[in-house]
Design a binder for this molecule. Structure first.
Ligand code: NAD
Ligand code: 89V
Length: 342
């Protein structure tokens, strides 16, 4: 079977990880690039030796024979580009945050479904190998039935120098980073019935909130806490590790800083190093995110070839986006938000 042909739209900061990932994914390759910024287009094209370059996405979709597009632009352009791809009957991967509103998210899902076009959101954090290993333990029954969890990301890392737009939006940590952490909570503990949240802005140099604490009532009775901060200075900077705690009826599992996995049951305590692989093109400390980019890309190709819905399809991701909206609503009103109420 010949490789699937992809076109990448958006050659900015994070797209370089996409392009490295695509080079090593089996069954697909990027044959064309698009960016409105000529300089960024040239840098990415030269670095990855991709000659077909466009400043206009529609022109790329008309002139190239593509099986999918990989949209790595920021959120404001997603709806226009996703709907454009659907019009051209081309399957779509779209970066997170998928949409600035539930309305836009639902519209994109409806348009792609109507066109019969597969749609996946690039929600990569759950694809980190340490998180996949922890999830397998939660699901294999070793710690019994989970009843409580915490998914935590606390850091003082300067994300603003690589992604300056993060400092200027009215919304920051829940929409940009919390979205990944909320998605991990959904991945581990299932869908959510109610959300209670509190937010703070500690850094006076940015516009949005940089601290968020969210309490989730999962439909199956599990209670979990999702907490995120970019205002937390620690002895050893954990960026960009997600730390996880799960308590079950028969034991517990912890993903501690430094990628230490600890499973405790009546039978004893088992410790394991679940450090991510350092892919040949990766650089610390980003290597856990970088491996998850390649893993989600491989998942997409495998799903597309097998005609299966990806784990983080547009339809699935709308439920994660609903948690983002519910968290902001709860932080605003200080009331619990029921998911059906959105
Ligand atoms: P960026 O601003 O550095 O790059 C975006 C690029 O898209 C720019 O070069 C811009 O010119 C181009 N662009 C915008 N609209 C376009 C259009 N209509 N047609 C063609 N080109 C267009 O942004 P970034 O930091 O690379 O982030 C991109 C997305 O990736 C964001 O949504 C961000 O949240 C997400 N991101 C995800 C992760 C992750 O782990 N999943 C990490 C970082 C960033
Ligand atoms: O996911 C993101 O968009 C990034 C980072 C991984 C740094 O949080 O902002």
């Amino acid at each position: 079977m010949s490789d699937l042909r992809g076109g990448l739209i958006g050659c900015g900061f994070f797209s370089i990880n996409h392009l490295h990932g695509w080079r090593d994914v089996e069954g697909a390759s990027i044959v064309a690039l698009c960016d409105r910024d000529a300089k960024r287009l040239a840098i990415a094209g030269d670095q990855f030796d991709i000659g077909q370059r466009y400043s206009d996405a529609e022109e790329m979709l008309i002139k190239e024979r593509l099986d999918f597009v990989d949209i790595a632009t920021t959120v404001s352009s997603h709806r226009c580009l996703v709907e454009m791809a659907a019009r051209h009957q081309v399957a779509v991967i779209c970066q997170k945050p998928f949409a600035p509103s539930m309305q836009d998210a639902s519209a994109m899902v409806t348009v792609c479904e109507g066109a019969g076009v597969p749609l996946m959101v690039h929600e990569n954090f759950r694809w980190q190998s340490a998180i996949q290993t922890l999830s397998a333990i939660v699901n294999n029954g070793e710690i019994g039935a989970p009843f409580w969890g915490r998914v935590s990301f606390r850091s003082a890392y300067d994300v603003f120098s690589g992604q300056p737009y993060l400092a200027t939006g009215e919304r920051f940590i829940i929409e940009d980073l919390g979205i990944h952490i909320l998605d991990i909570a959904r991945f581990l503990f299932g869908d959510v019935a109610g959300v209670t949240a509190r937010t703070r802005r500690v850094n006076p140099a940015i516009r949005g909130e940089d601290v968020a604490t969210v309490l989730l009532d999962h439909e199956n009775g599990v209670t979990s806490i999702v907490d995120c901060s970019y205002a937390t200075r620690l002895a050893v900077e954990p960026f960009p590790e997600t730390l996880i705690e799960v308590d079950g009826s028969e034991g517990s599992v912890r993903l501690n800083q430094g990628y230490e996995l600890v499973v405790t049951t009546k039978g004893g305590v088992r410790r394991r190093d679940v450090s991510p692989p350092l892919l040949p093109w990766a650089s610390r400390p980003w290597h856990n995110i970088q491996e998850s980019v390649q893993a989600i890309q491989q998942h997409w190709v495998d799903c597309l070839r097998a005609d299966r819905e990806p784990a983080t399809s547009g339809r699935d991701n709308v439920k994660t986006l609903a948690l983002v909206e519910a968290a902001y609503a709860s932080a605003r009103t200080h009331e619990k938000v029921a998911l059906g109420a959105l």
